[in-house]
Design a protein around this ligand. Structure first.
Ligand code: GRF
Length: 217
């Protein structure tokens, strides 16, 4: 079976992108990262992608002012040029319009640094600490028009330590992000995901128990 062609969309350092690139170096992985697109010319992840021999493109949103549709048309042109099958958002800090999202329905994923549906939006680690939750984590989900929603594909939890600082918690969550994103992309690329009534079902052999990713405190 031919490997799915994946574009990773970033805006910053791209550590999740790097985790996907690493996973896809294995020739038996069912997807290959053929393109990294950034909306910011200075995104650090672009250098990492190039160092790994991956094509990069910049589609700078500031060139389109407030015209989101024109920005997305430009994105779409690039995605088509590279014959992309699957789009992975990885720290991509632009909201996408419902039209664009629909065009990629069930072929576009996002990673969010919280256990959705808790803590949608920004500053998830600070808000989790303020709320005093004992368990926090990360979610990979299909993208739908509503922000940080959409069927959950994979989640991993970390226990919140007493008196933990935001940076430390963020780093521990990032660690599990790097494990579940490659897992979720693999499941999608293998054609094992199905969405029914807004929930994502996984076919075939059991997937690794992501609870086992919880680092021992
Ligand atoms: C990650 O925490 C991801 O969950 C969120 O943005 C951050 C991006 O980090 N969507 P990186 O660019 O992948 O290092």
């Amino acid at each position: 079976m031919s490997r799915k062609r994946v574009a990773v969309l970033i805006s910053g350092r791209g550590s999740n992108m790097a985790a996907l690139i690493e996973a896809a170096k294995d020739k038996t992985y069912p997807a290959e990262i053929v393109l990294v697109i950034s909306n910011r010319p200075d995104a650090g992840g672009l250098l990492v992608a190039r160092a790994n021999g991956i094509a990069t493109e910049v589609v700078d949103h500031t060139a389109y002012g407030k015209d989101r549709t024109a920005f997305e048309r430009a994105l779409q042109v690039v995605l088509e040029r590279y014959r992309i099958d699957i789009v992975c958002l990885a720290g991509f800090m632009r909201l996408l319009t419902p039209d664009f999202v629909r065009q990629w329905q069930h072929r576009i994923l996002n990673i969010h640094p919280a256990l959705l549906p808790a803590f949608k939006g920004l500053d998830t680690h600070r808000r989790a600490l303020e709320a005093g939750v004992k368990v926090h984590g990360a979610t990979v989900h299909f993208v739908v028009p509503e922000m940080d929603s959409g069927p959950t594909i994979a989640q991993a939890a970390v226990s919140v330590r007493h008196g933990e600082m935001e940076e430390k918690l963020a780093a521990r969550v990032l660690d599990v992000e790097h494990q579940i994103y490659p897992l979720a992309l693999k499941l999608l690329a293998e054609g094992r995901l199905r969405v029914e009534n807004g929930r994502c079902l996984i076919d075939g052999s059991p997937v690794p128990d992501t609870a086992s990713l919880i680092p021992v405190p």
